[in-house]
Write a protein that binds this ligand. Structure first.
Ligand code: 3PG
Length: 207
């Protein structure tokens, strides 16, 4: 499994903030029921790693990765929990080395052309564009198609069900992420029916 396989698996990758690991299995199943193939569980809550472990175990058909991965230590913990990829808001040498050491495919974040070029020099051709809307939005990525044709982007930050189709219409955006599919509040309310419906609407985009 590498990042190319992961971004090719589905065009919408829900970004998840989960408070209780006990909800992870039902959440993963709701996403699968709605046709979602990948999930980014952010390391923003104390139970995030347990949630990754529970979701990966309960949902072998879902590619479960970790988001907000900031350090080599995070990377090792994600690998140990059974996460199959890492997403980071930015990138540091220590994080890149840590993911390599953990054999964890990394989708590193970048928001400027120089950051993108630096990651290109390190061998990355698929990047997260974050924070997508605040850092220049769709027009920024559109402007990169001609000068930086070697890169593909997974934008996240401020994208919604309504705006996702416009992003996915760009030739350098194979997939994108967003929290609207499985918002923290719906997870906390255990409203997995609504999450499955959101997932279905999201997975139908771009088909
Ligand atoms: C995040 O920062 O949580 C992700 O980029 C998702 O952002 P969103 O909540 O604006 O979809």
């Amino acid at each position: 499994m590498n990042i190319q396989n992961i971004i090719a698996a589905g065009r919408i990758m829900p970004v998840i903030v989960i408070d209780k690991a006990r909800d992870a299995s039902a959440l993963g199943n709701a996403l699968l029921e709605g046709g979602i193939k990948t999930a980014e569980v952010t390391l923003r809550t104390p139970e995030a790693l347990d949630a990754i472990e529970a979701m990966a175990r309960a949902c072998p058909d879902l590619l479960v990765g970790a988001g907000t991965v900031m350090s080599a230590e995070n990377a090792a913990r994600v690998r140990d929990a059974g996460g199959c990829f890492a997403v980071s808001p930015g990138a540091t040498d220590a994080l890149i080395e840590g993911c390599k050491a953990a054999s964890l495919p990394l989708l590193p974040g970048a928001s400027t052309v120089s950051e993108m070029m630096a990651l290109g020099e390190k061998g990355f051709s698929v990047l997260k564009f974050f924070p997508a809307t605040a850092a220049g939005g769709l027009n920024f990525l559109k402007a990169l198609i001609s000068p930086l044709p070697q890169f593909q982007f997974c934008p996240t930050g401020g994208i919604t069900l309504a705006t996702a189709p416009d992003w996915l219409a760009l030739g350098n955006i194979p997939c994108l992420g967003g929290s609207w599919v499985a918002p923290q509040k719906l997870i906390a309310e255990q409203n997995f029916k609504a999450i499955a419906e959101n997932a279905r609407a999201a997975s139908q985009i771009g088909q």
